[in-house]
Design a protein around this ligand. Structure first.
Ligand code: SF4
Length: 427
């Protein structure tokens, strides 16, 4: 267990928030409004102490998992009530009090609410949907391990998350038992990795690896780090967004021992960037951990260029590098979240050249069935001709780029005094 002194002494007290967090505060972005972050403690938790609210274990213990609990916090629509009733036996409902405090109790289209509360559309299955959209199970040599690319593996260390995202691609697994990988399974994973010397990169995911207690997580990291050919450890998490209280100084002290270690955080909407999330990312970044964000493109949530632009710019401000925008996978019951690929490309068109290059992520489709990530971007090539390529820039202006004139050196003699004769050829 972590010492009590780890419990986020630097967390901003609940009463000390920026004005924009006390009220719904629309920001203008190129004439468009984007909802900013706010954290309003619902009445039901008004008596909860500061210490409890900032304790990640308290947050986990008090997750909202039933219709009755949710009813006391937000005005549910018939679509949400139907969705919650039908979520049993499908993807579980669980929302931390913190994440619930970001939800708009009135507006059912609130981006936080859309992500955490099931809707009746989840029971509508499309013919294209799959139980295992990325073919992970067929690339699993050992339970808990997915080995799809030659030099890197995905290690699923737990099926528990702080909040279950309604569009989760791994909904076949997450939330079913809320358990971590067994010791026996983990030993099998280590054995496999020791005998596969090409693997140099291990991504711990799940579920959310940061829901493990420090000791358990450290045991995993230290044993993976002890394998000589494992160069890089990575963690995929949504905890800085859904349970930022989990990012304690004790956790960061432990993680720092296992560098090079990188963390990919699943951010979706600018409204998720609260003071708590800022503090969590700041602690991690101060621990020397490179942070990237992975964002799923979601209809009605972040599928507008001005929202995505706001998100990527806010992420850079908290030292999180926008890494990927994912086209929504074909998980069961998620059709209502999917946008067209053209929407994603249009968003990229509005980012590249229109904001800092560091803020521009790679837009990818994770190929159905397990083909891996395929990058997509607007087509900037107008034409390719002999000796030149015609390109357009972000403003639509057209430019010619001459290809190099290749100088070919040809051996003319095989003596010690070799003479190179340049021969000019066109590309
Ligand atoms: S945090 Fe990740 S693994 Fe967990 S429910 Fe959300 S998308 Fe799925």
């Amino acid at each position: 267990m972590e010492p009590a002194s780890d419990s986020n002494l630097s967390v901003p007290p609940r009463g000390v928030r920026r004005a924009s967090q006390l009220y719904l505060f629309p920001l203008e972005m190129g004439g468009e409004k984007v909802e900013e972050s706010r954290e309003t403690i619902p009445q039901v938790w008004k008596g909860v102490s500061e210490k409890e609210w900032n304790d990640w274990r308290w947050q986990l213990r008090h997750r909202i998992t039933t219709l009755e609990q949710l009813k006391g916090i937000i005005d549910l629509t018939p679509e949400e009530i139907g969705g919650i009733k039908h979520s049993k036996g499908r993807l579980a409902l669980a929302v931390t009090p913190y994440f619930a405090s970001l939800m708009d109790p009135i507006n059912p289209n609130c981006p936080i609410r859309r992500q955490g509360i099931p809707r009746i559309e989840e029971i509508h299955l499309s013919k294209n949907e799959m139980v295992d959209p990325l073919g992970e199970d067929t690339h699993s040599p050992v339970p808990g391990l997915v080995h799809r690319y030659p030099d890197r593996v995905l290690l699923l260390v737990t099926d528990q998350c702080a909040v279950y995202c309604r569009y989760c691609t791994r909904r076949r697994l997450v939330g079913s038992n809320e358990r971590s990988i067994t010791q026996g399974n983990f030993e099998e994973v280590l054995k496999y990795l020791k005998s596969h010397r090409k693997v140099r990169d291990v991504l711990l995911s799940g579920g959310d690896p940061l829901l493990l207690e420090n000791e358990r997580l450290e045991e995993m990291l230290s044993r993976l780090r002890a394998i000589p050919h494992i160069e890089l450890l990575r963690i995929g998490t949504r905890v800085p967004v859904t349970l930022p209280q989990r990012i304690t100084s004790g956790l960061v002290r432990m993680l720092k021992k296992y560098h090079p270690l990188m963390i990919s955080i699943h951010f979706t909407h600018p409204k998720e960037i609260t003071d708590q999330a800022r503090r969590a990312c700041s602690e991690l970044a101060d621990g020397g951990i490179p942070l990237g964000s992975q964002t799923v493109l979601l209809k009605g949530i972040n599928d507008k260029p001005h929202i995505m632009k706001k998100l990527v710019q806010e992420l850079l401000k908290i030292r999180v590098r926008p890494y990927y925008i994912y086209q929504c996978d074909l998980a069961m019951g998620t059709e209502h979240f999917r946008t067209s690929v053209a929407t994603g490309i249009q968003i990229m068109e509005k980012l590249r050249g229109h904001t800092t290059g560091y803020a521009v992520p790679t837009y990818v489709v994770d190929a159905p069935g397990g083909g891996g990530k395929i990058p997509l971007q607007p087509d900037y090539v107008v034409s390719k001709g002999r000796g030149k390529i015609v390109l357009r820039n972000y403003e639509g202006k057209v430019f010619e780029y001459p290809e190099p004139n290749i100088i070919e050196f040809k051996k003319t003699r095989s003596t010690v005094e070799e003479k190179a004769v340049p021969k000019k050829v066109m590309a």
